[in-house]
Design a protein around this ligand. Structure first.
Ligand SMILES: Cc1cc2nc3c(=O)[nH]c(=O)nc-3n(C[C@H](O)[C@H](O)[C@H](O)COP(=O)(O)O)c2cc1C
Length: 485
């Protein structure tokens, strides 16, 4: 299985092809120190044998930002070192921090943009990236990742909507890339060539006037020329289309570009892999084989494996799927795919992040701050009561409503649907024994069934299925009469 093959990145031996990309947890205090809860969150990924753990974005400077980790001063190193040591003591997982610089934002909706920065301030940012990288090495991390994605400073320079008019300005691709070149020089001066330095950047900004994969291919080439050791691709997440809620600071994930960055349940699986594949093929055509990593709804093991096997990407980044189940890799290795807690992309985690509240998964037990410990495959999965699940279906006003009985030991229920005799796929993970499905079409044969799962993802027997064909449209009766001249 390609997913379980190791990969070496500038000397860093990553035991498999699965990365947990940076995901802020909001578990630190405003002081930015590593808390026990944060440390436990990342140790949990190591227990689950995740190949490469990217620790959430941590600030290289001292600006206010609510609960966010920091690496902006030597005083943060001991806490980071302790977390890294715990991760290394747990498994072969490798761990890098994502280091970030962001500009100022205010509750009024005002935000600082890159064209407001003086050359002295830019020089300071270049220096701060280098110093933070040195601290990461000192703390024992296996490498670092530069945050050159979403709404943050580095990405805003690379953006096509960079409004500067000087040598860092938006008028040419070369000037948009000038800052990242200088930052990489500074980082290498501080950590040397033998320390893995990856970068996260956007394959499409998904904002009007922003860049698309066409620029992203050239940006990938430049990152390769600069000596980055991996390219981790994201999309969107920009301030340009963020929705401002009065009294709150802008949230970069509140607009359409934010929706693309963390695509919800209505988006297809693996939707951003084609961009990564294009970038990988392009840089390969120029003689570079820097590992390329894609994110975005890759938590189905067969889907993830197919992208790797087809050579579209070198690693898969799984964020929300590994939040839901940090034991994903271990379960794949043990062939226990059926026991994975399947992310339903409800985006409760995204909402918690936006509200600066501790990021947890809706599928975990209520109030849990960490994923439950895996009870293993030998426990008895939840069982339907005598007489079965009693699954019933009602169709009203174009929507299907399902109801069933509670199963003993169930933490949540996975609801599956097969269309016209095709493969069953997960519709939703719910905690109450009811579900509405408003995305059904007249004339299609639907078959639904439910499985009750415990907190470790152990799924009980499928309920008896219910089947239904919503009424097909009657041709000629679909529109009101239209008069013609
Ligand atoms: C709660 C939350 C926090 C995130 N924080 C970061 C972050 O700090 N840095 C980053 O580059 N991406 C961040 N992301 C984006 C993810 O790394 C990932 O690209 C995105 O969720 C799509 O992958 P997925 O479909 O596997 O969840 C965050 C996503 C979520 C849901």
């Amino acid at each position: 299985m390609k997913l379980l093959e190791p990969i070496t990145i500038n000397g860093m031996k990553v035991p498999n092809r699965v990365m947990v990309p940076a995901m802020v947890t909001r578990l630190s205090g405003e002081d930015g120190f590593v808390s026990p809860a944060i440390s436990n969150r990342y140790v949990r990924y190591a227990q689950g044998e995740v190949g490469l753990i990217v620790v959430e974005a941590m600030a290289i400077h001292g600006s206010n930002a609510g609960p966010l980790l920091r690496i902006s001063d030597d005083k943060f190193v001991p806490g980071l070192r302790d977390m890294v040591r715990r991760i290394h003591d747990t498994s072969d997982s490798k761990v890098v921090p994502q280091i970030i610089h962001f500009l100022k934002i205010a509750r009024s909706g005002w935000r600082q943009t890159v064209d407001m920065l003086t050359i002295e301030e830019i020089d300071r940012i270049i220096q701060q990236f280098g110093e933070a990288a040195a601290r990461a090495r000192e703390a024992g991390f296996d490498g670092i990742e530069l945050h050159n994605a979403h709404a943050y400073t580095l990405a805003s320079f690379v953006s096509r909507v960079n409004a500067r008019t000087d040598e860092y300005g938006g008028s040419t691709l070369e000037s948009r890339l000038r800052l990242i070149g200088k930052v990489m020089d500074s980082v290498r001066r501080h950590v040397g060539r033998d320390f893995p330095v990856g970068i996260r950047y956007l394959s499409d900004e998904f904002v009007r006037g922003g860049y698309t994969v066409e620029d992203a291919k050239l940006i990938g080439l430049r990152m390769s020329q600069l000596g980055f050791d991996y390219l981790s691709l994201s999309v969107g997440g920009k301030f340009e289309d963020a929705v401002h809620t009065p009294g709150h600071v802008l949230h970069g994930y509140s607009g359409y570009s934010g929706e693309r960055c963390m695509p919800g349940a209505t988006y297809p699986d693996a939707l951003h892999v084609p961009y990564a594949a294009e970038i990988k093929a392009f840089i390969a055509s120029k003689g570079f084989d820097v590992p390329v990593i894609a994110a975005g709804k890759l938590s189905d093991p067969a889907t993830a494996e197919a992208q790797l096997a087809a050579g579209k990407v070198d690693m898969v980044a799984i964020a929300r799927g590994l939040l839901a189940d940090p034991d994903w890799v271990k379960k794949v290795r043990q062939g226990q795919l059926d026991r994975i807690v399947k992310c339903d992309y409800c985006n409760v985690c995204k909402q918690l992040d936006g509200a600066h509240m501790p990021v947890t998964c809706f599928l975990w037990p209520k109030g849990a701050m960490q994923a439950p410990t895996d009870a293993g495959p030998d426990v008895k999965p939840p069982a339907w009561p005598e007489g079965g699940a009693g699954l019933t279906l009602r169709f009203e006003k174009g929507s299907v409503s399902l109801k069933w009985k509670k199963a003993l030991g169930a933490a949540y229920y996975d609801v599956y649907r097969a269309d016209d005799g095709g493969a069953a796929r997960l519709v939703d993970g719910v905690k109450l024994p009811v579900l509405s499905d408003a995305a059904v079409l007249g004339g299609v044969h639907y078959r639904y069934f439910v499985r009750a799962c415990d907190t470790s993802g152990n799924a009980g027997a499928a309920s008896e299925p219910v089947q239904f064909i919503p009424p097909a449209p009657d041709p000629g009766q679909q529109t009101d009469a239209v008069s013609t001249a």
